[in-house]
Design a protein. Structure first.
Length: 257
């Protein structure tokens, strides 16, 4: 039995990834802050949503803020205590803010985006990678993160979000090189416009009627479903994906084109 820790697990891509992995027989710790952020003007995942994901999938729920390294270390320790070790760590927690030029974004909103979307991935890597390396050789540990097409496209009025996601892409490239020869890999997926609460908030920031208005910008001609992103994350989590490391895999309906 392989084990996994997934952040941002209460909804969206994180929740879909928990469902995918548990369906494939993984033991999963589903991690989420499960509370709103006073700096952000929209609702984040709730304790009820996190509990529902755990109940539906058999995952274990764990409340932790990715901005808190101590809380993440406790989450990793929980996986090791429950199941004897960690095989996969997936950083899917994310928030968004903007809607005005960078210099007009409230500093507390900018900080929330950078701290969750980039620092949260760094924090998870700092505590999860040593756990992946604690597995006996031959290892097949996987550190995965959710980047975005925003890592390569300059999206107006979302500068901090673009910066954070570009940072995630750079992080996994460097981490993949650092982990060379260990059996542990580091990769990211780069989703396009995916039907999640973050996309709904993006529509509000742009003054659009709804998230569906983003569908036309993708050659696929539709929004992506979180389960489609989760399927690629599950592939990258698999022991047989060891030839892929330091990669940022587009799952974007062609948006980056």
């Amino acid at each position: 039995m392989r084990t996994a820790l997934v952040t941002g697990a209460a909804r969206g891509i994180g929740a879909a990834t928990v469902r995918r992995l548990t369906g494939q027989g993984y033991a999963v710790l589903a991690v989420d802050v499960a509370a709103d952020d006073p700096a952000l003007p929209y609702a984040l995942g709730s304790k009820a949503e996190l509990a529902a994901v755990a109940s539906q999938t058999g995952a274990e729920a764990f409340v932790a803020d990715v901005r808190d390294p101590t809380a993440l270390a406790a989450a990793v320790a929980s996986v090791e205590d429950r199941w004897g070790g960690l095989d996969v760590a997936i950083a899917a927690a994310g928030v968004i803010a903007g809607g005005v030029p960078l210099w007009e974004v409230p500093p507390e909103q900018e900080a929330a985006v950078l701290d969750v979307d980039l620092r949260g991935v760094l924090n998870l890597a700092r505590v999860a990678v040593p756990a992946l390396l604690r597995r006996a050789e031959p290892r097949s540990g996987r550190f995965l993160a959710v980047a975005s097409a925003a890592a390569t496209r300059g999206l107006p009025m979302l500068a901090a979000y673009c910066a954070a996601k570009a940072g995630v892409a750079g992080l996994v490239r460097a981490l993949g090189a650092e982990l060379g020869g260990t059996g542990v890999t580091a990769n990211a997926v780069s989703p396009g416009s995916t039907d999640t609460p973050i996309l709904a908030e993006s529509a509000r920031l742009y003054g659009l009627p709804g998230a569906e208005d983003f569908a036309a910008q993708q050659p696929a001609g539709r929004l992506l479903e979180p389960a489609e992103i989760a399927r690629v994350l599950a592939f990258l989590a698999d022991p047989e994906s060891g030839a892929t490391t330091g990669a940022v895999v587009p799952v974007d309906g062609g948006l980056a084109l």
